[in-house]
Write a protein that binds this ligand. Sequence first.
Ligand SMILES: Cc1cc2nc3c(=O)[nH]c(=O)nc-3n(C[C@H](O)[C@H](O)[C@H](O)COP(=O)(O)O)c2cc1C
Length: 390
Amino acid sequence: MVLKGKKITVGITGSIAAYKGCELIRYLQKKGATVRACITPSGREFIGELTLKALTGEEVLSHWKDGKTGLEHIFWARWSDAFVIAPATANTIAKLSAGITDNFLTSMALAYEGSIVVAPAMNCQMYKNPATQENLKKLKERGYLVVEPSSGELACGEEGEGRLAEIDHIYTELLRSLLPDYLKGKRVLITAGGTREYFDPIRYISNASSGQMGYSLAKMVYALGGKPVLISAQTCLEKPYGAEFIQVVSARDMYDAVMENLDRADVVIMNSAVADFRPASYSGSKLKKDRESPEVRLEANPDILKAVGERKRDGQVVIGFAAESDNILENAKGKLERKNLDYIVANRLDVFSRDEHSGWILDRDGNVVEIPPMDKESSALYILEKIFKR
Ligand SMILES: Cc1cc2nc3c(=O)[nH]c(=O)nc-3n(C[C@H](O)[C@H](O)[C@H](O)COP(=O)(O)O)c2cc1C
């Protein structure tokens, strides 16, 4: 779990989206974090302190309580590895921008040393208002990480920008505030998912790749300060936050997209399960079952990894993935050399479509690092840290 051992404070303010702060607490706990909640006096009109106490199993910070030192806002700021305010009202954003400390949450914010993550939620006119925009700009300039709200139907009935960002997006930005920036400014091209090779308008040959590992890599590249460019075959996954996204269908589409983006990339991670073969012919109309069973002849697709290895420029790091059923390390080593890769991640076939991943990282000097079994997000982070920490 990526947040194992991390201590996080979730600040909740007086927004109609305050209940989503509770969802965020649960989400962060599932990722392994110990969470404390801090709430403004207005926030308490929306969420009961008891709810937060029950969810976190910790005391809730809402006001300076009798019998305490009165310095809790400072102690809590020191205790927190990360501090996220979600939802953040226009009022709290304005206070943060002006350095006002008239409640526990804003006092703690001023006493906190790291980058605070702020997720605004409000009516679209309140959000668009130059006062709010200027306040947010000021916060960004001071190192706050702002998770922009999304557009859609708002609680007030209006449509527009102002809805609290997705919980997973807030979590990803929080990771960026927590993790070292090993990939700062690096453009990282990642491929993900199993390509589809159609032989009529609705039928295709593909494989069991879910895309989860590639999407987790994109998320962790962003969390480590990089600029992920995700080229994805069709999957059931949400576009990862912070990534430039390019949708493709077939191996040939993926080849074109990779070649178009290759030269600008500092790092290339080829995680997609590209179909080696495609049907040699395509029927523009649906094949009918009252005919004789069609024979599907296959022909080879372009070898994207090989083409990337051949065109690799100085300083560019290329990482491949190899899923093997037997002789895993030997086969992976052969692939690393044949395709001119810098690293290869080898794993068994059974990691496909499962949430767990394990395997090995091999480099050109013959070093092998074992990846112990863990969820795919943790494994993506583990792989990137092992390679880029140096
Ligand atoms: C029902 C209701 C919903 C509100 N929702 C929001 C909201 O989503 N965003 C916002 O900025 N203010 C909202 N407000 C206004 C804030 O509660 C008000 O500005 C308050 O002073 C915020 O205090 P705080 O920032 O200290 O929590 C809402 C008010 C009410 C009564």
